[in-house]
Design a protein around this ligand. Structure first.
Ligand SMILES: Nc1nc2c(ncn2[C@@H]2O[C@H](COP(=O)(O)OP(=O)(O)OP(=O)(O)O)[C@@H](O)[C@H]2O)c(=O)[nH]1
Ligand SMILES: [Mg+2]
Length: 385
């Protein structure tokens, strides 16, 4: 029986996109954050606030046992190293021994499998910071892990921090610990229903985390965090820029128009990367990509290559050529248009029809953004069918 949809082009597209999408996932790698601090200070609440609702609820994904008391929980671009069953100030020797072993073992692995940053958490109203905690922080530093000292649950009124928390922060800072920016980061992670206290300090904490995390995992961190949309857009644009350069290089000696398909894998990879920065799952990304790039062509003929035909100068006749300028501009326009789609999708702002994403609206959004970067583009209705 003849099945009109999904057509062979759609299947081809989906499979090609899947392979590029998966490659991008492994290239993004993982940002690994270690959490330390006494029990109940608010480590999980803090992580949830920065990385999304229940990342730390029951551990993420399948926890990997590193030692008897240290675990690594991973989910996509985020890895969390957490402690269970040992307490700083009580079981320090054991904890330090286990941590040292873990870091030494990790050193033999790729950069993305190492611990990149530690958040050492102290509760704002604990009024105590022990020598054992200071010693532990120095140990983390010796092991080469940047430590951000986070003060959690710090009450604030009229723009002023609670004086007891300020006093504790001052005492900690006087110890001259090897901590990032030589200071304490004041935070409140989740709105308190009773006092009405709103969260604050999370963007500051994230900014400092970016600063000390190795460049190689910035993409993973941008993808994992859920509070700084500008950081996602920056990472996406950096990737668009790199792809544009690659597309220009690929077309440096003019390629026959029929060979324009060599640009397609580059563009699919770019789309895959951007979708992952916005935490869009493959199935949804594929649907959005099909809706976007099928442009005005019939659904069964979905292909990015069809879009190339909209580029002025590329022509629709075999034998036309794509030069470096056209390849770059076209790739740039695609990247920006797809970024706009992903931004809407991650903000839950794509129009829906009967509970599913309205593919015509997606197409219109994509084509409008695409057209802005390619002003002389033929209008979608002129596209080849
Ligand atoms: N409203 C509000 N509650 C918080 C905040 N931080 C922590 N809490 C509460 O404090 C309690 C302990 O927080 P957790 O995040 O579980 O602390 P933890 O450090 O992960 O604790 P362990 O995993 O047991 O070591 C929970 O009941 C949280 O709801 C915050 O910023 N705002
Ligand atoms: Mg916890």
């Amino acid at each position: 029986m003849c099945v009109p949809y999904p057509g062979p082009m759609t299947q081809w597209f989906t499979e090609s996109f899947r392979s590029e999408f998966e490659k991008q996932a492994s290239q993004l790698g993982r940002f690994n954050l270690a959490l330390f601090g006494k029990t109940g200070v608010g480590k999980s609440t803090l992580v949830n606030a920065v990385f999304g609702a229940d990342v730390a609820a029951t551990g993420v994904g399948a926890p990997v046992t590193l030692t008897s008391h240290l675990y690594l929980d991973t989910r996509g671009t985020l890895g969390l190293v957490d402690t269970r069953g040992l307490e700083i100030g009580k079981d320090d020797k054991e904890l330090v021994a286990e941590l040292t072993k873990v870091v030494r073992d990790m050193r033999k692995q790729r950069l993305e499998d190492q611990i990149h940053v530690a958040w050492y958490c102290v509760r704002g109203l604990d009024r105590r910071f022990e020598d054992a905690e200071a010693a532990f922080i120095r140990k983390l530093d010796e092991l080469g892990i940047p430590v951000i000292l986070v003060m959690t649950q710090v009450p604030m009124r009229d723009g002023l921090f609670h004086p007891d928390a300020l006093e504790l922060a001052r005492q900690i800072e006087q110890r001259n610990l090897p901590i990032v920016e030589n200071r304490v980061f004041m935070t409140f992670a989740r709105r308190d229903q009773f006092t009405g206290q709103s969260p604050y300090g999370l963007m500051e904490l994230l900014r400092a985390t970016f600063l000390v995390a190795p460049d190689a995992v910035h993409g993973a961190l941008a993808a994992a965090q859920t509070i700084d949309m500008a950081a996602k857009a920056r990472a996406a644009r950096a990737h668009i820029g790199a792809t544009v350069a690659g597309a220009g290089a690929a077309a440096a000696s003019p390629i026959p128009f029929s060979a324009a398909a060599i640009l397609v894998p580059l563009q699919l990879a770019m789309m895959g990367r951007i979708a992952q920065l916005y935490n869009i799952k493959f199935e949804k990304a594929a649907l959005l990509a099909i809706a976007s790039t099928s442009a005005a062509t019939s659904l069964g003929r979905t292909t990015v290559a069809n879009l190339v035909k909209l580029v002025p100068g590329a022509g629709t006749v075999a034998g036309g050529v794509i030069n470096a300028g056209v390849a770059s501009t076209f790739t740039y326009a695609m990247g920006e248009a797809w970024l706009a789609v992903c931004q809407r999708a991650s903000g839950g702002k794509l129009p829906m029809v009967n509970g599913v994403v309205d593919s015509k609206a997606v197409r219109d959004l994509f084509m409008t953004e695409f057209g802005k970067r390619l002003p002389s583009i033929k209008r979608p209705e002129d596209a080849p069918r």
